[in-house]
Write a new protein. Structure first.
Length: 575
């Protein structure tokens, strides 16, 4: 009997091998196409319709509620509770005493555009797994997230809420949650990591174990708003390669007041600056003009990362998140660029609103996870994303903004490069020209650095730094500490002196940290290597250190004054 092999030398076996490969490819495509056709068979039926009466998923006969924090009003504690409240805020970054006094079923204000109440959505929307990753989250905050999803989601759409415990070590979250979720009769599932994985990998695990057709990621300190889910699913129902994002409202971490983050009737979308800090900007008219109604979704280059919906199979086909990204940071950009450059799109959905508690600080450290890489983890993550998805021209903008990143070990990205080839992904230049065209208007292309590194005084063995203060604040002199981002100064070819995303400016009061002017990359500074002077060209004075107070200011230039001498010391770590 003949044995057929892909490695056979005969012409017949080679033809057979090619045929088998084509059949396999056609099967994959057909399976994907049939899966899409389940919801795409009738284009008219798939489109949401604006109607005269309340929309088909809108709640009816909602009973008013009273109590602490109801209707999103701030809950003010008694004076004798303040010490406990301050302590809980120090531990969790959230006022837990306040949270514990507010019902997990509380009502919140409907912050949607009025038009949102009058949309009919397809009745056979795909089923959903809401995935919530948490680590040592206080129970009342976490359960309010869960209750809001159950209370405000259509029961036939909500397949499950999947809680992913990233190896919490606080006792109150163990047996308590196991017992509590039994009341939901299987709608809420809980899985636990056996070791700390970090937010990115925990999310990927949740996606793999989810049972719904669409996965929706929420942070563990959220409250979903009225009829939030159908409008978030409708674009995915129309096209399985769309990633959708709700509009995020703010929940105050002290009082739990619920209010919109942005002015009403103004639409924003996600972009970025060249150090890969996430930003939001008003949606360009070019995008708004495409829509018929003000409450319809619109395209966005990227998203904040914590809250979004995506078709589960599509997410997994794209490789989920890059497994080389550690803990958190950069995953929102990695997924955004991957979706857009590899054939998908991102839409923000004005009629889907979700409240989010912005904590005062991140109340935990990454522990052993940080030992897997040498250097700042978030910057390493950014470098992986940049090296995978940026073209060479745009990589230089990132390295100009973050010069230390050139020396960081980002690990192996060959798997990501293979994925790009497999999906025949477009270039970053295409993305910038067709999707993120408004980025360069706010954050122009960066000119190269003339000098960068620690800016050391010639008179004392100290460096200029910000001490982590936000602008506007005076710049100080402090002990040099190597790799701190608040001491990494840059002077570019157009005279802009910067640290991080901020600029160094001068006035009559001294040298201060300032917001860089949007759309500008130039500045008033020049550096003379021979005299080691930093000259402010507009004021024709030099940066100087006061001999007694060590305050920084501008003074008439004196070539012999060592308190006006500054040296850029580049940082080249050798790990």
């Amino acid at each position: 009997m003949a044995r057929f092999s892909f490695s056979g030398k005969t012409k017949f076996t080679r033809i057979a091998a090619v045929c088998l490969m084509l059949i396999l490819l056609l099967y994959i495509i057909a399976t994907w196409s049939e899966d899409k056709k389940r919801h795409f068979s009738d284009s008219a039926r798939n489109e949401p319709q604006l109607v005269n009466d309340l929309g088909n998923f809108e709640p009816r006969n909602v009973k008013p509620r009273e109590g602490p924090g109801e209707n999103g009003k701030p809950h003010i504690l008694r004076q004798d509770q303040q010490n406990d409240a301050d302590q809980s805020e120090t531990e969790y970054g959230i006022n837990i005493v306040c949270s514990d006094e507010i019902s997990v079923d509380r009502a919140i204000p409907d912050t949607r555009l009025p038009e949102c109440k009058y949309w009919d959505y397809p009745k056979d929307l795909p089923t959903v797994s809401v995935i919530i990753v948490y680590y040592n989250e206080r129970w009342s905050v976490l359960l309010r997230t869960v209750h809001s999803v159950i209370n405000r989601s259509p029961k036939h759409i909500l397949k499950e809420i999947l809680l992913v415990d990233d190896f919490s070590d606080k006792e109150h979250l163990q047996s308590y949650l196991d017992n509590y979720i039994e009341r939901f009769h299987g709608v809420v599932r809980l899985i636990r990591n056996t070791q700390r994985e970090g937010l990115i990998r925990a999310k990927s695990r949740g996606a793999k174990e989810a049972k719904g057709e669409v996965i929706v990621f929420l942070d563990a300190h959220c409250e979903v708003n009225t009829n939030w889910l159908p409008p978030l699913l409708a674009p995915i129902y129309r096209d399985h390669t769309v990633l959708t994002v709700p509009i995020i409202d703010r929940i105050n971490h002290k009082t739990f007041e619920y209010r919109p983050a942005n002015p009403p009737h103004t639409h924003y979308r996600g972009i970025f600056e060249w150090g890969m800090l996430y930003k939001e900007t008003e949606v360009p008219q070019r995008e708004l003009s495409i829509r018929k109604h003000n409450s319809e979704p619109y395209k966005s280059p990227t998203h904040a990362g914590g809250l979004f919906a995506i078709y589960r199979k599509y997410f997994l086909m794209l490789g989920a998140y890059d497994t080389g990204l550690l803990v958190w940071g950069g995953e929102n950009f990695e997924l955004s660029f991957k979706v857009w450059q590899c054939g998908g799109s991102i839409e923000w959905v004005p009629c889907s609103r979700v409240g989010h508690v912005y904590r005062r600080f991140v109340p935990y450290n990454v522990g052993k996870l940080a030992q897997k890489r040498k250097g700042p983890l978030v910057t390493i993550n950014y470098k992986r994303v940049i090296e995978t998805w940026f073209d060479d021209k745009y990589k230089e903008y990132f390295y100009t903004r973050e010069p230390l990143a050139r020396f960081l070990d980002m690990g192996d990205i060959s798997e990501q490069e293979t994925l790009k080839k497999r999906w025949n992904c477009k270039s970053f230049e295409w993305f910038m020209q067709n999707v993120a065209y408004d980025v360069v208007k706010k954050f122009p292309e960066l000119p190269p650095n003339l000098h960068w590194g620690e800016l050391r005084s010639g008179a004392v063995s100290k460096c200029i730094g910000t001490l982590g203060f936000a602008p506007p604040s005076l710049i100080t002199i402090q002990h040099c500490h190597g790799f701190g981002s608040n001491q990494l100064m840059r002077l570019n070819t157009k005279g802009q002196l910067g640290v991080g995303e901020r600029c160094i400016e001068a006035d009559s009061q001294g040298i201060r940290l300032a917001f860089c002017k949007l759309g500008r990359v130039d500045g008033p500074w020049s550096y003379d290597v021979n005299s080691s002077k930093l000259l402010h060209r507009l004021r024709n004075k030099c940066m100087a250190l006061h001999t007694q107070t060590l305050d920084l200011s501008l003074m008439p230039c004196d070539i012999n004054n060592t308190y006006q001498q500054w040296y850029f010391k580049e940082i080249h770590p050798k790990w």
